[in-house]
Design a protein around this ligand. Structure first.
Ligand SMILES: Nc1nc2c(ncn2[C@@H]2O[C@H](COP(=O)(O)OP(=O)(O)OP(=O)(O)O)[C@@H](O)[C@H]2O)c(=O)[nH]1
Ligand SMILES: [Mg+2]
Ligand SMILES: [Zn+2]
Length: 292
């Protein structure tokens, strides 16, 4: 009699095996049935046939909700954009770019301000003063174990990825979040080395309170995806209310006169660095349009 297939989630791909977690949180080491042609990613929902309690045959990949390329992972529902209060000082350009990319991929971003045990750099102050109007902002200290519960709540039931520059404490936060849970997956903790990650080796770490988190190596440069200039403003939710005062309904908030967004920047309602970062993304999009 054929074995019954069950649903699971690919949490990592290692040495030719896919590690699949079922609804009961058991993890199976799976080989792929020959006929599965699609390239599998961590985060893929699959059907598999368990062979005993630890092994299985991966039969089928379910359609993806989305797919990120950095890190390469499917079905992400949260992006945790991490900056440090200091050391390194927050990179507001990268912050705005990562927030845009999350919006563009229709994934809810959170801003995590780590190292709150240190003095707060003026850029971190700007994050705390401005961004909570639009995004959820969580202050944490991985070192002093502050705010980690709130961070865990934000991930619970979700597939989350860390994003942000090198050295802000992503791996240390991950270590705090998984706590004792790493016993379940065995070799996990040894692999959360610093700077040792490659995007080839993307792993979903299950949290004790539910949900999964992917560590990401730090980065500072990101290209803009292909899009049209007039599609850019919609991904800046804090601009939307002000844009109703623009003279032109298709205003790019750039060279146009009578622009509600530019007025709001002048009145310090919109953070001026955020507007500048928007303009540099817009210029990049316009530059790329010429290549099509
Ligand atoms: N003061 C302070 N230092 C921290 C905190 N969290 C991490 N660190 C330190 O910051 C440094 C970088 O931490 P990592 O966790 O390796 O940073 P990362 O974001 O994973 O860096 P990459 O893997 O290079 O992207 C380490 O020296 C940590 O000890 C914190 O909350 N407060
Ligand atoms: Mg790291
Ligand atoms: Zn405008």
């Amino acid at each position: 009699m054929p074995q019954k297939q069950v649903e699971g989630l690919v949490i990592k791909n290692y040495s030719g095996f896919y590690y699949v977690q079922d609804k009961m949180d058991n993890i199976y080491e799976c080989k792929v049935r020959g006929k599965v042609k699609e390239k599998l990613l961590s985060g893929d929902r699959v059907m598999f046939t368990p062979l005993g309690m630890r092994q299985g045959i991966l039969e089928k990949v379910m359609p993806r909700e989305n797919q990120l390329n950095r890190p390469r992972v499917a079905n992400v529902t949260r992006v945790l954009v991490v900056m440090a209060c200091d050391q390194p000082k927050p990179d507001l350009g990268l912050l705005d770019r990562l927030l845009f990319l999350a919006e563009f991929n229709r994934i809810t971003p959170y801003i995590i301000l780590n190292k709150c045990d240190l003095d707060i750099h003026e850029h971190a102050m700007q994050i705390l003063n401005y961004y909570p109007g639009t995004y959820k902002v969580i202050k944490t200290s991985a070192r002093q174990n502050i705010g980690i519960d709130m961070l865990g709540d934000a991930i619970s039931g979700e597939i989350a990825v860390f994003a942000g520059p090198s050295g802000v404490g992503k791996s240390h936060m991950l270590q705090r979040l998984i706590g004792q849970a790493d016993i379940r997956t065995g070799e996990v903790s040894a692999k959360i080395g610093r700077g040792k990650h490659t995007t080839r080796h993307v792993e979903l770490y299950p949290l004790p309170q539910g949900g999964w988190i992917v560590d990401t190596p730090g980065f500072s440069v990101l290209d803009m995806p292909a899009l049209k200039r007039e599609d850019l403003p919609q991904y800046f939710p804090d601009f939307t209310a002000q844009a109703s005062d623009c003279k032109f309904s298709n205003c790019l908030h750039y060279r146009e006169k009578e622009c509600g967004v530019k007025t709001a920047v002048g009145e310090h309602i919109i953070l001026s660095s955020r507007y500048q970062n928007y303009i540099s993304m817009l210029q990049e999009v316009m530059e790329r349009e010429r290549c099509y």
